[in-house]
Ligand binder design. Structure first.
Ligand code: NAP
Length: 461
């Protein structure tokens, strides 16, 4: 017989991850009126919002205002937030199947892709993922000993993450001091010796992944001149044809040509935007001292092919910004090659067959592409299928408001509710106010918990 969910026995859904795709999944569940729902959103960190807090650049506060919408969802009476709960350890896959009718995995893509070239593991070669997480105060990266005592930095890749890290390196402490950049990062950036940041695209300008707004910003940096080589902007026939009816791409070419024609203004730093160069080796004796590049041309498929011509840039830091990669979750199917949970429109699959009651949305579903808002449509697609399936799902044996909280308490897990987070949120924004900043982030989990304990708000306190 088909399940008939009611107000007293609603459809119980666990969402794993409270970034945009997790919160948009919860939103899609509570927005519909056909099936009564109860949604628990779990996150391994005490803080909600995922990449909005730890990925979006600190000088892009307008993007972060999406948290106002996300907050409303997490405060809805049918939604509970459980922060500081690690999936696979504090709550296992088996636990979730015991207490929820359906599970939605929205954990994003937390690892980074490698270049696969010699010297990649030298000290001073790191992923943009690490650098971004460090300056955004992600607890896992806050204690990194980051040094910016070099003149040159190479940023490999020409996507929006590469633009973000380049911009942060090219801004002054005065500019960054108005943002919610982590205090430890602000200190290091204030003493930065960096003068030249090289952004390296392996293909041509018509294949660059950055968006127009982000590109334009690179030409408006008060402390850094933008340098583009006119000869690297020349398009081959195929590239020109590929963007002929793509207005944003055409706009990008126009902006790049303006950059190339712009006289240097003698600013203290320089952003060098390069195309058709591939890193072939990161060189250095015990630490990064340079990056060897091969000049490329494009083949018929618009792929980069080496020309056998090389150059070496003197840099002391290499940030690899060549895309994120998903990480497998315990007891959840995973496609290691693609770095995603295999799925059909959001229904999790194993060896091509749908796994009943398991769903996925966001980067771990489709790969690391798109902006924050892209996840809304993606989550809706998944939730539509979940709701379609709901009448025929195997009902959870133990659905109740208390079951999960009791289990966590018995296991000694100091879970963070949305009310707890609000205390922390208020603390951070109050700290920021004094210095005219949006917030001063607390960057250690223990300190976050301590602050909440002081308010006597945690179950164990
Ligand atoms: P991305 O947009 O996929 O860019 C990755 C870049 O790395 C591309 O230029 C790619 O070049 C290059 N690359 C890949 N493998 C390489 C290799 N082996 N050698 C040299 N270059 C290599 O990824 P992302 O920058 O990490 O961004 C992820 C998503 O987040 C994107 O959708 C982005 O728009 C979004 N995002 C948005 C914002 C914003 O809205 N402000 C900010 C940050 C991120 P090929 O094209 O040649 O592969």
């Amino acid at each position: 017989m088909a399940n008939a969910f009611t107000q007293t026995r609603p459809l119980w859904v666990a969402v794993i991850g409270s970034g945009p795709s997790g919160v948009y999944s919860a939103e899609a569940l509570i927005k519909q009126t056909e099936i009564p729902v109860q949604v628990d959103v779990l996150d391994r960190l005490p803080t909600p919002y995922g990449l909005v807090r730890y990925g979006v650049a600190p000088d892009h506060q307008t993007i972060k205002s999406v948290t106002k919408v996300m907050q409303k969802v997490l405060q809805d009476s049918r939604v509970r937030f459980f922060g500081n709960v690690y999936f696979g350890r504090d709550l296992t896959h088996a636990d979730l199947r015991q207490h929820y009718d359906a599970v939605v995995y929205t954990v994003g893509a937390s690892a980074d892709r490698n270049l696969g070239i010699p010297g990649e593991n030298l000290p001073g070669s790191l992923s943009a993922t690490e650098f971004v997480a460090w300056y955004n105060g992600h607890p896992d990266y806050a204690t990194r000993n980051m040094k910016l005592d070099m003149q040159g930095v190479a940023v490999v890749g020409v996507g929006n993450v590469a633009v973000d890290v380049t911009r942060i390196l090219a801004k002054s402490a005065a500019e960054l001091g108005k943002t919610d950049i982590a205090d430890h990062a602000l200190k290091v950036l204030a003493g930065s010796q960096v003068q030249d940041v090289y952004m390296l695209g392996r293909r041509g300008p018509a294949q660059a992944k950055f968006t127009t707004k982000e590109l334009r910003e690179l030409g408006e940096l008060p402390q850094a001149d933008i340098m583009v080589r006119a000869e690297e902007l020349e398009l081959d026939e195929k590239s020109a044809a590929s963007i002929a009816s793509d207005p944003p791409m055409l706009k990008n070419q126009e902006i790049l040509r303006e950059f190339a024609a712009k006289p240097l203004q003698g600013k203290p730093k320089r952003v060098h935007l390069r195309f058709l160069v591939s890193p072939v080796e990161i060189v250095g004796d015990g630490k990064v001292q340079g990056i060897r590049l091969e000049r490329n041309r494009l083949d018929d498929n618009l792929s980069a092919v080496g020309t056998g011509k090389f150059e070496t840039l003197q840099v002391g830091l290499v940030l690899r910004s060549v895309g994120y990669k998903g990480v497998a979750l315990p007891d959840v199917p995973f496609d290691a090659k693609k770095g995603v949970i295999p799925n059909l429109g959001g229904r999790v699959t194993m060896e091509g067959k749908v796994v009943a009651g398991e769903y996925t949305a966001g980067w771990i579903k489709r790969g690391p592409s798109g902006v924050v808002g892209t996840n809304k449509a993606d989550a809706s697609e998944t939730i539509k299928l979940l709701l379609e399936d709901a009448p025929n799902l195997s009902p959870a044996p133990q659905p109740s408001l208390e079951a999960v909280t009791e289990l966590l308490k018995v296991r000694g897990i100091e879970f963070i509710t949305f009310e707890h987070w609000s205390v922390l949120d208020h603390h951070e924004t109050a700290q920021g106010q004094a210095g005219g900043r949006p917030r001063v982030k607390v960057v250690s989990v223990e300190e976050m918990l301590q602050l909440i304990r002081e308010k006597q708000m945690l179950p164990s306190s």
